[in-house]
Design a protein around this ligand. Structure first.
Ligand code: PGA
Ligand code: ZN
Length: 429
C-alpha cells in the first residue's frame, strides 16, 4: 500500500484550562485523512525543558503564541509538505533539524509538538485505527494505573502548601474502570472532610481540593482519612503518591518549606520523606529533591528505591540522555514522560525506551495547563507504559483523559489488561 503523504499543515491559536493561549495544529494527508492536536503548558517547569515559545509584550500577560502559530503555518508547513506521514521519526527529525537549536528555542517546542502529535493523529485516521493502536499495534492492550490528585499544592495552589501533588493510586483495583470508581469515592470523601473542617470548597489548577492545611503532613493525614472514609484499606486497596516538585522550593541543597517556616538541607529533606514513608502508605514519590541536587536524588533512591517508585520529572525532563546519566548515578527509578518537555513524540518515546533499557518505570503525564486533547492517553496505552498521571478527578480537561481511557478499555473488551499493583514492583515495606 502506498504511504500517505502530508498535503497541508495548519495551526491556530486556541485556549487552555488556565485561559492562556496555546497552539493547535491540524495536518491533512493526501488521502483526505485529518489529524489535530493541542499542546499543554506547565507551571512548575524543569529548567532543562525544551522552550515553549511565547510572544513578548503585554498581550495576555506575555503568554500569546502567535509567533509559534506563524512558525507552523510558515516554515514548518513548507518543510513537511509532501513528507511521508507513516515515518514519525523522519518527520520529527525534520522538525528538529529545521529548528536547529538544542532546545527548540527558535521555532518553539509548542510549535513542533503540535505538528508532531497532529501527524500521528492524521496517520491513525488514514489507517482507520484509534491512535493507541496506530502507535502500538494489536499488542497495545495495557490500560495504565491512573495517578489521581486529591489535594493540589505548590505552584498550582498559590503555594498554600509546599508539596505540589497529593495523589492516590488503586493497587487493589481489578480494572481501569474500577480504579476510577474508587478514586471518585476517595475524591468525594476528601471534599466532605475538607467541608467538615470548614474549608471553602475550591480546587487547585489540576482540580485537586484546595489545600487548606497548616502543615504539609496534615494533607497526608487527611488523605488517609479520606481513603478510610470511602471504605478502602489504605496501602492495600488505595495507596498514596506524592509529587514533591522540590525544584520549586529547593536550590543549592537548601529546601525552604514556606508553610512551616523552616529550611532543610538535602539530608533533612530525605529524612522527612523517609519518616512520611514509615507513617503513611506511600508507594511513589516524584521529584523528592531538586533538579540541581542529583547526589541528593541518588541518596534518596538508595534509601527508598527498593520500597517505592522514585520518579524524576523536572530532574529528567523526558530526556533520554538524562535518564541514562541518572541510571549511572543510581538516581530515581522511574521517569515522568511529558511530550512538551521535549517538543516531539519521537524524543519522548526515546526517553521511555532509555528508561526500559535501564530498568526504570515510565509514567505518561499531563501538564497543569491542559485542554480537551487526549493524545497522552493514547501514548500511555500505545507505548504500554502502564501508568498515567493527569491531575485530579474534576475539570473537563482532566476528565476528558480519564473518559477516553474508559472508552478504550471498553473497546478492547476481553483483550484489555490492567497494569494493576504490579507497576509498583517494589513492594511497600
Ligand atoms: P506542571 O506540573 O505541568 O505545572 O509542570 C506537573 C508536574 O510537576 O508533574
Ligand atoms: Zn512533577
Amino acid at each position: 500500500m502506498k504511504s500517505p503523504t502530508i498535503r497541508s499543515v495548519h495551526a491556530r491559536r486556541v485556549w487552555d484550562s488556565r485561559g492562556r493561549p496555546t497552539v493547535e495544529a491540524e495536518v491533512t494527508l493526501d488521502d483526505g485523512a485529518v489529524g489535530s492536536a493541542i499542546v499543554p503548558a506547565g507551571a512548575s517547569r524543569g529548567s532543562r525543558e525544551a522552550i515553549e515559545l511565547r510572544d513578548a509584550g503585554a498581550r495576555f500577560g506575555g503568554f500569546d503564541v502567535l509567533q509559534a502559530v506563524a512558525n507552523v503555518n510558515g516554515e514548518i508547513a513548507s518543510a513537511l509538505a509532501g513528507g511521508r506521514a507513516d515515518d514519525q521519526a523522519a518527520i520529527d527529525a525534520r522538525l528538529i533539524a529545521l529548528d536547529g537549536t538544542p532546545n527548540k528555542s527558535r521555532l518553539g517546542a509548542n510549535a513542533t509538538l503540535s505538528v508532531s502529535m497532529a501527524v500521528a493523529h492524521a496517520l491513525a485516521a488514514s489507517r482507520q485505527l484509534p491512535l493507541y493502536e496506530s502507535l502500538g499495534g494489536p499488542a497495545a492492550t495495557l490500560l495504565p494505573m491512573p495517578q489521581i490528585q486529591i489535594f493540589g499544592g505548590g505552584a498550582h495552589a498559590g503555594r498554600r502548601v509546599d508539596i505540589q501533588d497529593f495523589l492516590i493510586v488503586c493497587p487493589g483495583a481489578g480494572s481501569f474502570r474500577e480504579a476510577l470508581e474508587w478514586t471518585a469515592e476517595v475524591y468525594r470523601s476528601a471534599g466532605e472532610l475538607m467541608a467538615a473542617r470548614g474549608s471553602r470548597a475550591g480546587v487547585a489548577d489540576e482540580g485537586g481540593w484546595w489545600p487548606d492545611f497548616t502543615a504539609n503532613e496534615q494533607a497526608l493525614e487527611a488523605l488517609v482519612a479520606a481513603i478510610e472514609k470511602a471504605g478502602f484499606v489504605p496501602g492495600e486497596q488505595v495507596a498514596i503518591v506524592l509529587d514533591v516538585a522540590a525544584s520549586e522550593f529547593g536550590r543549592n541543597g537548601r529546601y525552604r518549606l514556606g508553610l512551616e517556616s523552616r529550611e532543610l538541607d538535602s539530608d533533612g529533606m530525605i529524612e522527612l520523606l523517609l519518616r512520611w514513608m514509615d507513617r503513611y502508605p506511600i508507594v511513589s514519590i516524584e521529584d523528592p529533591l531538586a533538579e540541581d541536587d542529583p547526589e541528593g536524588f541518588a541518596r534518596f533512591t538508595r534509601a527508598a528505591g527498593r520500597r517505592i517508585q522514585v520518579i524524576g520529572d523536572d530532574f529528567l525532563v523526558s530526556h533520554a540522555p538524562r535518564v541514562r546519566e541518572a541510571a549511572t548515578l543510581g538516581a530515581a527509578n522511574a521517569v515522568l514522560l511529558k511530550p512538551n518537555q521535549r517538543g516531539t513524540l519521537t524524543e519522548t518515546l526515546q526517553a521511555w525506551e532509555a528508561a526500559q533499557a535501564v530498568g526504570y518505570a515510565g509514567i505518561v503525564s499531563a501538564r497543569s495547563g491542559e485542554s480537551e486533547d487526549t493524545t497522552i492517553v493514547h501514548l500511555a496505552i500505545g507505548w504500554g507504559t502502564g501508568q498515567l498521571k493527569v491531575g485530579s478527578f474534576a475539570r473537563s480537561e482532566r476528565m476528558a483523559k480519564w473518559n477516553e481511557a474508559l472508552r478504550i478499555e471498553e473497546r478492547l473488551g476481553a483483550r484489555a489488561r490492567f497494569a494493576g499493583a504490579r507497576v509498583f514492583g517494589r513492594s511497600p515495606a
